[in-house]
Write a protein that binds this ligand. Structure first.
Ligand SMILES: [Zn+2]
Length: 428
């Protein structure tokens, strides 16, 4: 039995396209800015207490509290959620270029909230960083982490009204959406970062699991390249170029069809050059802690390029060359086996399996069963010549039922077990 294809498997691809940027002053001549430095910052300034990606508003702001006493960052409440939770903005720097970052407008998408906590901690406490000083001089960075605290409380996408805040940019009926628009308008933000997590079952059209997807959203149906969107594409290219050596082949481009209700598209229209960053998944990163560090590094890289006013020198290619994001239906595919059901003759059939939590790989359920030769899954296992023994409550293999399965050498249920998935729940 062998894994014949794995979207999760590692793959080495072409190198970075954007020329390395160098930090001035003490950092000159060192590693390109800011991937290596950003990853170091992520390690050194990681805020404790956010190791589990399911945290609520209370845990989040308690974890950040020690950093917020610093007078280098300013925290103000900019509004409250439907259920009355405080929504805060943390600002750093006094420069002339205004940058607005917001995270977790979808309550179950917390990776960038963790990264913003680490960034705030870095800005608040780093004493000798040339990068932090440069950003403070040239930028005013406003961060609104956890824009949807009511959704975060329940780890669901929508707010307490059941509204997807990222589909509220046109009519602006949610308090969360209204305040985001109000903050943007008051800042007249030059740049925006719309920070999300995408489905972890997403691959590039090159067939590899996507860790980071990027988009310079369209500002109109024609998807035209006006000056605001062009700048956003440069920022996306900086990120793609910086990140390529760290996660080669693991980035993709999000579909750029104009989404009239979405904030990224509207921000672009309102004059804020906005980049969507979607954190997907990486193998062996169930709590997205590596993706958290990667978010810190890419945001610092992007902020640095903006602060340097060097976007004009960036090639768009690193962004344009990214494969397109593509959803994958199945987590696991068992191909070529024979299913043994009770005393009937073994049946040659493939089995697709979908996990309740695809990132953690827990809660396996049956997907499609039968001839799945063309199906695509995160992992495909060849079980040709082997026998699949499902344990079923009522003897009926039903789509959506929990998977408890033993792969054995023979049709005999006592024969050697070569692989297993799911645990048998015994009566007691
Ligand atoms: Zn989202």
């Amino acid at each position: 039995m062998t894994v014949v294809a794995s979207v999760r498997g590692w793959h080495w691809a072409v190198g970075a396209i954007v020329a390395p940027l160098v930090i001035p002053g003490s950092m000159e001549g060192q590693a390109p800015c800011c991937l290596a430095e950003g990853l170091a910052v992520a390690g050194q300034y990681q805020v404790a207490g956010l190791e589990d990606r399911r945290f609520n508003h209370e845990i989040y702001w308690a974890a950040m509290a020690p950093a917020l006493v610093s007078d280098r960052v300013r925290i103000i409440q900019v509004g409250e959620s439907t259920e009355g939770r405080a929504i805060n903005a943390v600002t750093y720097g006094t420069g002339s270029t205004s940058v607005l970052l917001w995270s977790q407008m979808h309550g179950n998408e917390s990776t960038a909230s963790m990264a913003l906590a680490d960034l705030v901690n870095f800005f608040a406490t780093a004493d000798t960083s040339a990068l932090a000083s440069l950003l403070a001089d040239r930028l005013t960075v406003t961060m609104i982490p956890m824009l949807n605290p009511d959704g975060a409380e329940r780890f669901i996408r929508e707010n307490a009204l059941g509204i997807d805040v990222n589909r509220d940019a046109r009519i602006l009926v949610t308090p969360e959406g209204q305040l985001l628009k109000r903050v943007r308008d008051s800042l007249q933000a030059d740049f925006g970062f719309n920070l999300h997590d995408q489905g972890s079952r997403t691959a590039g059209d090159d067939g590899l699991l996507v860790a980071i997807a990027l988009l310079a959203p369209a500002a109109d149906e024609e998807r035209s390249w006006g000056p605001v969107r062009l700048k956003a594409r440069k920022v996306a290219a900086v990120i793609a170029g910086a990140l390529e050596p760290e996660i080669p082949g693991r980035m993709a481009r999000y579909d750029d069809s104009y989404a009239t209700r979405a904030f990224g598209d509207r921000m672009q229209q309102w004059g804020t050059s906005t980049v969507l960053i979607e954190s997907g998944a990486l193998a062996d990163d169930p709590q997205k802690q590596r993706l958290r560090a990667i978010n810190v590094a890419v945001l610092l890289s992007a902020l640095y390029a903006i602060a340097q006013d060097s976007l004009d020198q960036v090639s768009d290619l690193a962004y344009e060359r990214l494969p397109m994001n593509r959803a994958i239906a199945n987590d696991l595919l068992l191909l070529g086996g024979k299913i043994v059901l009770g005393n009937s003759k073994p049946i040659r059939a493939d089995i697709a399996i979908v996990f309740d939590d695809a990132v953690a790989g827990t809660g396996p359920r049956y997907g499609e069963v039968g001839d799945l030769a063309e199906a695509v899954a995160m992992d495909t296992v060849d079980v040709t010549g082997l026998y699949l023994h499902p344990y079923l409550e009522d003897g009926f293999l039903r789509r959506g039922a929990p998977v408890v399965l033993r792969v054995r050498r023979e049709a005999d249920p006592e024969s050697e077990e070569v692989w297993r998935i799911g645990e048998v729940i015994t009566d007691r």
